[in-house]
Design a protein. Structure first.
Length: 112
């Protein structure tokens, strides 16, 4: 499984009826200028709606390879992306690493 697929899985992408699946937004990325610039066609109130999953994955890739995440470890990136006040980040990091075969200290650049 790729790093992007693992993030999608953690966000609920692929689960019938879950918001990321309905919105073609595997990263559950909030709607705004970034997502509009990367193909979002609308919002569900908070999160972006993309025309298809490929566009949603491309936006997630652009986000995680952008300057805000460049050079971060998996643990640092997930704590920023899915903060502890909204997510169980320890479980998120551990699941990502188990599925991808990486370590929390690996730099995400090499995984994307």
């Amino acid at each position: 499984m790729t790093f992007l697929e693992a993030v999608g899985r953690m966000e609920g992408f692929g689960v019938p009826g879950d918001r990321p699946t309905r919105d073609n937004d595997p990263g559950d990325i909030e709607y705004g200028p970034f997502t509009k610039a990367h193909g979002a066609i609308s919002s569900d109130g908070r999160f972006a709606i993309f025309p298809d999953a490929a566009t949603g994955f491309a936006a997630l890739h652009a986000l995680l390879t952008g300057p805000a995440y460049r050079g971060l470890t998996v643990s640092q990136a997930i704590n920023k992306y899915a903060p502890p006040n909204e997510n169980n980040t320890v479980n998120y990091v551990n699941s990502i690493c188990r599925w991808v075969g990486c370590k929390p200290t690996d730099i995400i650049d090499s995984l994307l």
